[in-house]
Design a protein. Structure first.
Length: 318
């Protein structure tokens, strides 16, 4: 049996080997675990788009991912947010650079942030950042290669560990600020997610993006069977399954309040919005014939409270 984990490679449970498949068929099994998505400091990439996102949630996620990329004007939000409690420096600022403030650009560059420009007008900020992610994945770029100095062996060892973390981009890509602004921007982000999930040129990253906003988490489900393990401290109960760009001829679910049974989803017909996960559900399954969007409601304040409670329990046990 082959399963697709959220590290975006197929894992053969019989031979214990990893191989990348370029085609997706209905007999493929995918696994999605929200807790791993938001807590993979060595194998996740964060793309911060230029739209509102709760600062507390941003700071919470920041240290739980490996690579940080700001899409152009998002750097302004990062640097000038009145609610910031810590200074956050991305590894990259990338885009056409028509929105970033000159003082922010200068400050970021002086602090070692790599600023790069893509003037293309036929791609969105998200597309440009995804191209950068792909470039890093394909060439194993060292994001800190310009930080050369004659340091002692201990410092060099620390730098090597940091390099190893940054080149492991064959995993989760989290897009923050994907929803909540202009409708055309939101639709463009969804289009990027669909194209990325269908792309065979994505190298080691052949799985959908995870799109996050203040109120929602969403990702594209490719044709096949999906085992979804939600994090109930963050998600739900509201959820939805939405066809994207094509009719979904057949979709079957378990674990939802209103399950679908070989149902047809299409705009102008049935769209499964305002559905709900069953109370206390541990696993949701979705078997789909075509690409659909899976989305759940999220509560960052509840999530932060749960994390702090767990940290206190750990400290009290020491």
């Amino acid at each position: 049996m082959s399963t697709l984990c959220r590290n975006f490679c197929f894992f053969d449970t019989d031979s214990q080997t990893v191989t990348v498949h370029t085609s997706i068929t209905m007999n493929r099994i995918f696994t999605h675990r929200t807790k791993q998505l938001l807590n993979s400091p060595n194998t996740s990439t964060l793309i911060f788009l230029n739209w509102e996102f709760p600062r507390a949630a941003l700071e919470l996620i920041w240290n739980r991912v490996g690579i940080h990329i700001c899409a152009d004007g998002a750097a302004n939000r990062l640097a000038k947010d009145p609610h910031q409690t810590v200074t956050l420096l991305p590894d990259y600022i990338h885009g056409d650079l028509d929105s970033i403030h000159s003082d922010v650009k200068t400050s970021m560059e002086s602090n070692g942030v790599h600023v790069s420009q893509n003037k293309g007008q036929d791609s969105t900020d998200l597309d440009k950042c995804l191209e950068l992610v792909q470039k890093v994945a394909d060439s194993n770029l060292n994001l800190h290669s310009n930080s050369k100095s004659d340091t002692n062996s201990k410092t060099n060892s620390q730098h090597d560990n940091q390099t190893e973390k940054h080149i492991r981009t064959d995993s989760n890509v989290l897009v923050l600020g994907a929803f909540g602004g202009r409708l055309d921007h939101e639709m463009a982000n969804l289009n990027s997610a669909v194209r990325w999930s269908k792309s065979n040129k994505a190298g080691p990253i052949v799985s959908p993006l995870t799109l996050l906003s203040e109120h929602s988490i969403a990702y594209v489900l490719a044709p096949g069977t999906h085992n979804i393990y939600p994090d109930l401290s963050l998600e739900g109960p509201t959820c939805g399954l939405i066809p994207l760009g094509e009719t979904c001829e057949s979709i079957t679910t378990t674990g939802l309040k209103w399950n679908l049974n070989q149902s047809k989803l299409e705009f102008g017909g049935l769209v499964s919005t305002s559905n709900a996960m069953k109370e206390g559900v541990e696993k949701i399954t979705v078997e789909t014939s075509h690409h659909v969007l899976w989305t759940t409601h999220i509560n960052w304040q509840r999530y932060e409270k749960c994390l702090h409670t767990k940290e206190k329990l750990v400290l009290s046990s020491l």
